[in-house]
Design a protein around this ligand. Structure first.
Ligand code: LIP
Length: 266
């Protein structure tokens, strides 16, 4: 795909993410308390997930009819260029009234992460990145932090019932023992974006989905951070481990959580 076609898709991803973010914000501020369902243990679903995904699918199909799209809620089909979409990442937060969630739109071209846009509507923040073209937050360049030791680091860990709690507890114990401070905010996508923006120094989760991480992985790579090769996992569509980190602590954190970092750079 040539430069012009990729630029067109980056701009479209940003404007569609912003529009979808505005819809998510409206639905969040007007949702009745307790208005959610569970797709499975601790796996929340709200009407907003479906409404936002339908909007994104309609917009992308209108502008790029030959591209594929896979959405968290309604699935889809892939093509040479495939959009991977999470309409509301951080649905558990959204459902319980916690204003920490986002819309994530990423593009794979021939299986390679090319670009991403993430809208965090409650913070009026729009993240964007394209491979070899840098990463921005509200149009300004972002860089991963210069933190040089785990004892000074802030690391976010994600979990879900897709892996036994013991695995997560072991990982948390090892990271805490390294002297790092640990947090969990409930949105894997924003966890990766915060590493790209230097707001935290690492994000790890043992089983996460492609729609939670694609846009964030492009952001981290373009902000000078390190990441594992998520899309090299044989069955990344049903979930795989993710690790991203600031360059100064990447090797040490990778050793602790047991997720190898990718040698490749964008
Ligand atoms: C969530 C991720 C989180 C993970 C949850 C879930 P959702 O995405 O952001 O990191 O732990 O299991 O996958 O369901 O809010 O789009």
């Amino acid at each position: 795909m040539d430069d012009r076609a990729l630029n067109l898709r980056l701009h479209a991803a940003c404007s569609i993410a912003a529009e979808a973010g505005a819809l998510a914000r409206h639905l969040f501020l007007n949702r009745p308390q307790g208005d959610y369902a569970l797709k499975g243990p601790q796996d929340y679903l709200t009407e907003a997930d479906g409404a936002v995904e339908a909007l994104v699918r309609e917009r992308l199909a209108t502008v790029f009819p030959d591209d594929g799209m896979i959405g968290e809620e309604t699935g889809g089909s892939s093509a040479a260029a495939t959009w991977i979409v999470d309409p509301i990442d951080g649905t558990a937060n959204f459902a319980r009234g916690v204003p920490h969630f986002c819309v994530s739109i990423g593009l794979l071209v021939d299986g390679r992460p090319e670009l991403g846009a993430i809208a965090a509507p409650m913070q009026n923040e729009l993240y964007a990145a394209r491979r070899s073209r840098g990463a921005t937050l509200n149009g300004r360049p972002i860089r991963a932090a210069a933190t040089g030791a785990l004892s000074e680091a802030v690391v976010e860990l994600g979990w879900s019932p897709r892996r036994p709690a013991a695995d997560y507890l072991t990982m948390t114990e090892r990271v805490l023992a390294s002297g790092a401070s640990v947090r969990r905010a409930g949105s894997g996508t924003l966890g990766l974006a915060y590493v790209a923006a230097g707001r935290s120094d690492g994000y790890a989760e043992l089983n996460i989905r492609a729609w939670d991480v694609l846009a964030g992985l492009v952001l981290v790579a373009e902000a000078g951070g390190l990441a594992n090769d998520f899309f090299a996992a044989p069955d990344w569509l049903s979930g795989a481990p993710v690790l991203v980190a600031a360059p100064g602590i990447g090797a040490a954190l990778s050793e602790i959580v047991g997720i190898p970092l990718s040698a490749a750079r964008s």
